[in-house]
Design a binder for this molecule. Structure first.
Ligand code: ADP
Ligand code: MG
Ligand code: MG
Length: 855
């Protein structure tokens, strides 16, 4: 019979997928001999079974009961006992951590009698009733969906009546009174401990499918069918008084990666009080004076955890009467800068190898470092200051709630401004460019989630006040839509827009990417159309240009009229005369690009778009002849019309001119120009045979034996199927996966996005947007055929990809496995592709067994 429940110290045979991140962390910490309260994990198998049947799987209840018994034996207390009750927490934990997404309930096992028993037994009635009121509230919210405000309002009201500033100013009698009020708010609160437990377990399972959890999963590409585990943990109490408390800590600074203690602690508190901003937490170091033993033990524990996981951790802990208990550990959420610094430092410390360091960085996260920051030379008027919770700068119109953020983000950037954020704000945080909160610390919800998303966040900005749709800061009054700028790297807030500067790459970045370059096999090129782009791409480490589009060379004030003259000409002669005048422009453009990329290959794609894109629309012109020509060029479906190499065959003089310009530029620049001429949209070998002939003839006239490659962009299914014969005329293939995805799926990207693709993604018809993440089975399957057949004809055939996918990590890994020679992506994605290519190589080599275990 399959088992659904494992004690923390029992071998389960399963890993993170089975026990969830929290469960595996608790099990491993227990195994390491660290102080972890006893407990057990109900597996994700149970959750999946529950989701299928909408009922707890058979036998689960009995199995839970057996483990409760064991817990009773270990603790010497009984669950449901009135005199000296065993209390537990019920905690969700999926395989991939979803901060704040799932709900935890503390202090299960209390009821009116047990609270009295606990008060008597501990001699601390304040603590007993504090625990009890928390249970009623959490249970009511999570299990029965009672509005949290109703509890909070009752608490606030009581505090006002008692003149209490903080929760901790309330005494035992106050809390007893509060419990009575809570019981009125929530009269159906179940008194039976076992009923509490089972209903809580179901509620955790149910919480997997709450809208906010779904939004988070969608935003983070987490599959919907993983399910969550449930951890049942003996309670330890941080709310027993000043010798107790609860905290969170990082083994290194999650913003910068600096070594050293970093965290927050709140005395006489329980659970999420630290992150919920109920009272302002203390820096962790204050524990050194107030509870030195627990502090020393915590530091030692964190050191051991880092050594064990060989990765930066963040932990949650509680101190009960000076005794430390670990409640959670996971790979720390960190900024990209912190990830790089920690990886380099840990390599220096001998904790991990260079290869492991490379696997420690999430390629998608590098994007963060490429965020703009505030121009250091700008003269600025700082309106207010908060905590530098997540780096990067952003400007936008302010919005005060998540729904408005989503709404207004459609028209332009917004900054979400809140007292504090909660998991219900997640969609607004996704939509916003940045987040600003009045309240909360470095580990508040806003800060943690923003860092995870790589979004700028300033938290705890007490210079800001919010009042019914009005924000006041620095003596200014702001309303919805008024523009502010936040700098998450320093915590500064400005009114209005502020000049931003492009990011610079730091030393850690260069170091880790250097290590990545040592292990990757795939080359990384950039898609760049201008010398400026080419230069930027080189700075980011591009090893050439994989796609240089030439269409822009026909635009520009001096060029477009000539281009239009060419298109409107009736005769070949007329076209040639216009093209002759375009040639010098193009030649100069190519010279600039060859110089910027000197010594590295440049793949130039000959003209691709349909000609009507260069003409005005019919109603913009009066000349009837021109109007007729525009009508004549009209196509029902230009994407599949007269474009790509078809243009080169119908109007050979256009491609001749382009080849001539390239050849002359190559001759002018000399040996540094490494030329690859690419013919787009080839579907038939005969197309390429003829165009190769044209290309070679012109090249020979202009540049003789200067080396050059001639190839094709593979973007039609037919080209993949007939790659064997097409390769006879090609020195290289470059997969144009944007069009190849459109033509394989029969989906026009621009039409699909608004019409049905978003719907498909929301409804789960598709898991990923195939225009962002390569459809490996379909489009990738065709690529595989093309690679095999192409190489069968010509083993030395050079292979690359130049669609958007060339900069998406999982697609880069696929290209590695396919055996391509290079990927090409936009200049800003080059670093990411370098890293992803290295990780793919390490994974293949099997040396990536330490790949950051999620988290
Ligand atoms: P989250 O997934 O939101 O981090 P957790 O399950 O970690 O939720 O619970 C939140 C907090 O509740 C913990 O950080 C800890 O402070 C507190 N907590 C959970 N279980 C216990 C327990 N058995 N004893 C004491 N505190 C607990
Ligand atoms: Mg939580
Ligand atoms: Mg936690």
């Amino acid at each position: 019979m399959s088992r659904f429940v494992f004690d923390f110290d029992e071998p389960s045979g399963g890993g993170r997928e089975l026990l969830g991140g929290k469960g595996i962390g608790l099990a491993e910490m227990t195994l390491l001999g660290l102080p972890v309260p006893a407990g057990f994990t109900i597996t994700t198998d149970a959750c999946r079974a529950y989701m299928k049947e909408n009922e707890l799987p058979e036998g689960l209840e009995a199995e839970v009961e057996r483990h409760v018994r064991r817990l009773e034996q270990r603790t010497g207390k009984r669950f449901g006992d009135d005199a000296d009750p065993l209390l537990v927490s019920v905690r969700s934990g999926a395989a991939i951590s979803m901060p704040g997404m799932m709900d935890t309930i503390l202090n299960l096992g209390l009821n009116d009698d047990a609270a009295e028993g606990l008060a008597g037994r501990t001699g601390n009635p304040r603590f007993a009733y504090d625990s009890y009121r928390r249970l009623i509230q959490m249970f009511g919210e999570v299990v029965d969906g009672i509005d949290a405000h109703r509890f909070e309002d009752a608490l606030t009201e009581l505090k006002e009546r008692r003149n209490a500033r903080q929760d901790t100013d309330l005494g035992a009698d106050d809390l007893r009174e509060l419990v009575a009020t809570y019981r009125e708010i929530y009269p159906t609160f179940p008194s039976d401990a076992r009923e509490q437990l089972l209903r809580a377990v179901r509620a955790v399972f149910d919480s997997w499918n709450t809208p906010r959890a779904q939004v988070y999963r969608r935003a983070n590409d987490i599959p919907d069918d993983l399910g969550t585990a449930v951890n049942v943990v003996q309670m330890v109490f941080g709310n027993k008084g000043e010798r107790s408390g609860t905290g969170v800590a990082f083994t290194r600074d999650p913003s910068t990666g600096e070594q050293g203690v970093f965290g927050e602690f709140l005395a006489n508190a329980q659970g999420e009080d630290v992150v919920a901003g109920i009272r302002t937490p203390q820096p962790l170091e204050t524990m050194r004076d107030t509870m030195p033993d627990a502090y020393a033990q915590l530091l030692e524990t964190m050191r051991r955890l880092e050594e064990h996981y060989r990765d930066m951790q963040d932990v949650e802990f509680t101190v009960e009467d000076d005794a430390l208990y670990m409640l959670q550990t996971r790979a720390a959420k960190r900024t990209a800068a912190a990830a790089l610094k920690a990886a380099v430092d840990m390599t220096d410390e001998g904790l991990i190898s260079r290869e492991e360091a490379v696997t420690r960085i999430d390629p998608a996260q590098l994007d963060q470092l490429l965020h703009p920051t505030i121009d250091p030379n700008a003269r600025l008027d700082v309106a207010g200051k908060g905590l530098n919770a997540s780096p990067g700068a952003a400007s936008g119109g302010i919005v005060f709630d998540a729904d408005t953020a989503v709404e207004r983000a459609k028209d332009g950037p917004v900054i979400l401004v809140r007292w504090e954020t909660t998991p219900d704000d997640i969609h607004g945080m996704i939509a916003a460019q940045g987040i600003l909160t009045v309240h909360g610390g470095m580990t508040s919800h806003a800060a943690v989630v923003a860092r995870g998303m790589g979004k700028p966040c300033v938290a705890g900005c007490e210079d800001l006040s919010l009042d019914d749709g009005v924000a006041r800061i620095g003596g200014r009054e702001l309303h919805e839509g008024d523009v502010i700028t936040i700098d998450g790297g320093t915590g500064r807030v400005f009114v209005g827009e502020v000049p931003l500067v492009a990011p610079r790459l730091n030393e850690d970045f260069e170091t880790v990417l250097g290590w990545a370059d040592d292990v990757r096999r795939l080359k990384v090129r950039a898609n760049a159309d201008t010398p400026d782009d080419a230069a930027r791409a080189r700075e980011f480490g591009a090893q050439g240009i994989g796609l240089c589009r030439t269409e822009h060379m026909f635009f520009g004030a001096e060029r477009l009229p000539v281009m239009q003259e060419m298109i409107l000409a009736d005769t070949e002669e007329g076209r040639r005369s216009a093209l002759d005048r375009l040639l010098p422009f193009q030649q100069a453009d190519f010279e600039g690009i060859f110089e910027a990329m000197t010594g590295l290959p440049v793949t130039i794609r000959l003209l691709d778009p349909p000609l009507h894109e260069f003409l005005p629309s019919e109603d913009q012109v009066t000349d009837e002849k021109v109007r007729a020509r525009i009508r004549g060029l009209h196509e029902q479906n230009p994407m599949l019309g007269l474009r790509g190499c078809r243009l080169g065959l119908v109007y050979p003089e256009i491609y001749e001119m382009q080849v001539r310009a390239i050849a002359r530029a190559a001759r002018t620049v000399g040996a540094g120009a490494v030329v690859e001429i690419m013919h787009p949209l080839v579907g038939f070998a005969e197309e390429l045979r003829r165009l190769r002939e044209l290309t070679e003839r012109v090249w020979d006239e202009e540049a003789g034996d200067v080396p050059r490659l001639i190839g094709t962009m593979v973007e039609l299914p037919r080209a993949c199927m007939r790659a064997g014969e097409i390769a006879e005329h090609a020195d290289f293939f470059s997969f144009g996966t944007n069009d190849l995805t459109q033509t394989t799926l029969g989906v026009s990207r621009d039409d699909a996005e608004g019409k049905f693709l978003t719907r498909y993604l929301n409804d789960g018809v598709l898991e990923r947007n195939p225009f962002e993440v390569l459809d490996q089975d379909g489009v990738g399957g065709l690529m595989r055929i093309a690679v095999e057949r192409g190489r069968a004809t010509k083993p030395e055939l050079k292979l690359g990809i130049c669609g958007e996918h060339g900069g998406e990590p999982s697609s880069v890994a696929f290209c590695h496995r396919l055996g391509l020679d290079y990927v090409s992506c936009s200049p800003y994605r080059v670093p990411l592709a370098r890293l992803a290519a290295a990780q793919a190589a390490l994974e293949e080599a099997g040396s990536a067994q330490y790949v950051a275990a999620g988290g």
